[in-house]
Design a protein around this ligand. Structure first.
Ligand SMILES: [Zn+2]
Length: 336
């Protein structure tokens, strides 16, 4: 496609030419009409590095704005990746849902939308739906691989993991697992979702792209250890695809796990302050105490004890102290 053009009935305009070789930095300009700027746009930064021949990988972070390991790993890559290192094409979007990223929030300050519930989008549905439609209908068809970099956000902390779905297509499944093995996060989380819903991962899978999501930490902070895992994982994916020279650097092989059912979640039965019994990454037993829920409304009553209903790895924990009824405070994973 030519620069400065929109495609597929999308009002989004790319300042980069996806067919060009070399290194380009620009924006996806997404229309956002305001009272004081009827022709306003929100520019979403994008970097494309292409050279020679080879596959295309789309690397995205900032799908949720309060998840930082992926944003920083992709900013590093966007700064440093040189065309002469590349065989193929790398499309880097470090802060995809830009308004949420700029605000440091999971959801958009424009309209409260969760960007990962906006796919396949709507070209004229407002910022988030319009950008989702562009990514689905223009970018994904260019791609052989897609990696969406998430963390647990402000509310949760998660053992660094890539995340994929159990797929009906055995060939695509094998390629997805090989991609996850190459990323080499401590955990590869495989989830069976009958209807994976309106996520970027589900759209990529539907288009036959070898794709993964991830959960690379959380707590609304940038964890240096998880950032190191993310940086190495992204470089490993590019080596795995043959876009960069060399073999993936594998430390301990990734542990393949799943969260089979709701019994592996502990949910808050009411609002309160969560006091966890165990730290993230602990091995926990069914029936053991998960923690106490303290109710500020009832200073003379007992705290509410909650227990695990499954045995396994404490894969995800509530990070924020205050919880609302129905919030998960712990998620247990078991080995596949
Ligand atoms: Zn996320």
């Amino acid at each position: 496609m030519s620069a400065q053009s929109s495609l597929a009935g999308s009002p989004v305009v790319a300042e980069v030419d996806f067919a060009a070789k070399g290194r380009q930095a620009g924006h996806l300009r997404v229309p956002q009409s305001r009272d004081d700027s009827g022709w306003g746009t929100i520019p979403v930064p994008i970097v494309v590095v292409a050279n020679g021949s080879g596959p295309t990988m789309l690397l995205t972070a900032g799908n949720h704005g309060d998840e930082y390991e992926g944003q920083v790993a992709l900013l590093d890559l966007a700064r440093t990746l040189k065309p002469e290192q590349v065989q193929g094409r790398v499309i880097i979007i470090p802060a995809m849902h830009y308004p949420a990223c700029a605000a440091g929030k999971r959801l958009s300050p424009l309209d409260g939308r969760d960007f990962n519930r906006c796919f396949p989008g709507d070209p004229f549905g407002g910022f988030a739906l319009s950008l989702a439609h562009y990514i689905d209908s223009v970018l994904l068809p260019l791609c052989d691989y897609q990696q969406d970099l998430h963390s647990g956000g402000t509310g949760m902390d998660i053992v660094a993991s890539t995340a994929g779905h159990v797929l009906d297509d055995a060939g695509l499944q094998a390629k997805t697992l090989a991609m996850a093995d190459a990323f080499n996060a401590p955990v590869t989380m495989l989830l069976r979702e009958v209807n994976a819903g309106p996520t970027l991962l589900a759209q990529a899978e539907a288009r036959g792209v070898v794709a993964l999501s991830s959960e690379l930490g959380g707590g609304g902070r940038l964890n240096p250890a998880n950032l190191a895992i993310t940086r190495r994982g992204v470089a490993n994916l590019l080596r795995h695809a043959g876009i960069l020279d060399g073999k993936p650097e594998i430390t301990t092989p990734s542990r393949r796990m799943t969260v089979p059912d709701l019994a592996h979640y502990v949910f808050a039965p009411c609002d309160g302050i969560w006091e966890a019994a165990d730290i993230l990454g602990s091995s926990v037993e069914a029936g053991a105490p998960a923690g106490l829920l303290h109710r500020i409304e009832d200073p003379t009553g007992p705290a509410i004890p909650l227990s695990y209903a499954a045995t396994g790895l404490l894969w995800c924990v509530r990070h924020a102290g205050r919880v609302k009824v129905g919030d998960p405070v712990a998620v247990i994973a078991r080995d596949l």
